[in-house]
Design a protein around this ligand. Structure first.
Ligand SMILES: [Zn+2]
Length: 353
């Protein structure tokens, strides 16, 4: 029996100066082994196969290893947000349909972060409800504000578009309006927010905003979505720590996302991929790293990218995530599911000593 002790290390909880506690699980890196089952629409003929399934015989009696294997999680969420024109809403719906079809085919959950404004269009709501009914228990609905404002300064947007953040009373209105629309139109009481755009280190230090979110019923926020200088990508690891969920001082859980966003396929001279194939390869590389570290990986995805007229009409990027998770036995969760998971693994009984 080989325990491969040299391959893993532990991360202890770390306090942030400004807010909250960063809790990351045990880290590990695993070895080799071929994965003949894995293939995707995006596989490039001359690229090596993904080699990350584990030699079970090596690990069968290592409880530590089995624990971190359980921690390898893919959290799937989509910002549903294009609303301006009928064509925008149609492209959003087309993407929604493809995403739901794939999640049903793989039987794995997901979260839609709904922009409130979209739900002011009754024809859109009627179609969305049909799709959500098909998804059944796989669907988790949370919010993405009412109109997609910046909740705090974002350095990149300040520089490039000179976009200013809105005030606290305006944030209050944005969250309340989205809560109400989602409740009225979809019958769902939300408890999670994905902030538009996102920030390096999320809402750390923003006590007033965090308290306001909590007062409006939020239990988690996903705002830590970019790297230093508020630039993509959001890394897997920063300052020697895995970027995993953490808990702000007021009890709100932050669920960060990772990597370049799927919309960055538009930024051809900036992002590491210039077409769908390269995007799939990029995301598969991210998943290999995340899975080998036994961590949670949450990509930043948008239905309109998968519409008929847009960038990935086959939804190959979504399928890359789901097929990788299936082939490598990576758990797939919605954000709500992951929040519950964090409550279990962060409970005192499960703290690493
Ligand atoms: Zn958005």
């Amino acid at each position: 029996m080989r325990f491969l002790a040299e391959h893993y290390r532990e991360e202890k909880s770390k306090k942030f100066d400004t807010a909250g506690e960063h809790t990351s699980g045990m880290l590990a890196s695993l070895g080799r082994i071929s994965d003949p089952a894995f293939s995707s629409l995006c596989e490039i003929a001359d690229s090596p196969p993904v080699n990350i399934l584990v030699e079970k015989a090596d690990f069968i009696n290592s409880s530590s290893t089995l624990n971190f294997m359980k921690n390898s999680i893919l959290v799937m969420g989509y910002d549903v947000e294009r609303y301006m024109t009928p064509e925008d809403r149609m492209s959003s719906l087309q993407g929604v349909k493809k995403i739901i079809a794939l999640h049903r085919a793989y039987n794995v959950p997901f979260t839609f972060f709904m922009l409130g404004k979209l739900l002011e269009h009754d024809d859109y709501v009627a179609e969305l409800k049909k799709e959500l009914a098909l998804a059944g228990n796989l669907a988790d609905v949370q919010q993405h504000t009412y109109s997609h404002p910046l909740l705090k300064v974002n350095a990149r947007y300040m520089r490039e578009k000179n976009r200013q953040p809105i005030s606290l009373p305006e944030i209050d209105m944005e969250i309340k309006k989205a809560n109400q629309l989602i409740k009225d139109k979809l019958g769902v009481k939300v408890f999670g927010l994905k902030t538009p755009i996102g920030f390096h280190k999320g809402l750390q230090g923003e006590k007033a905003i965090l308290d306001l979110l909590k007062k409006n019923g939020m239990r988690f926020v996903s705002s830590d979505l970019v790297g230093k200088g508020d630039q993509p990508p959001a890394l897997l690891e920063e300052e020697g720590l895995l970027r995993q969920h953490y808990v702000y001082e007021n009890g709100l859980t932050e669920i960060p996302t990772h990597g370049w966003h799927d919309t960055h396929i538009l930024l051809k001279n900036m992002s590491p991929y210039k077409n769908v194939k390269e995007a799939c390869d990029y995301y598969r590389g991210e998943l290999v790293k995340a899975h080998s570290k036994g961590m949670m990986y949450a990509p930043n995805l948008h239905p309109f990218v998968y519409s008929d007229r847009d960038h990935d009409p086959q939804a190959s990027i979504v399928e890359t995530f789901l097929s990788f998770a299936k082939a490598n036995k990576m758990q797939v969760m919605s954000y709500a599911g992951y929040l519950e998971h964090t409550k279990r693994i962060d409970s005192p009984a499960n703290q690493l000593s």
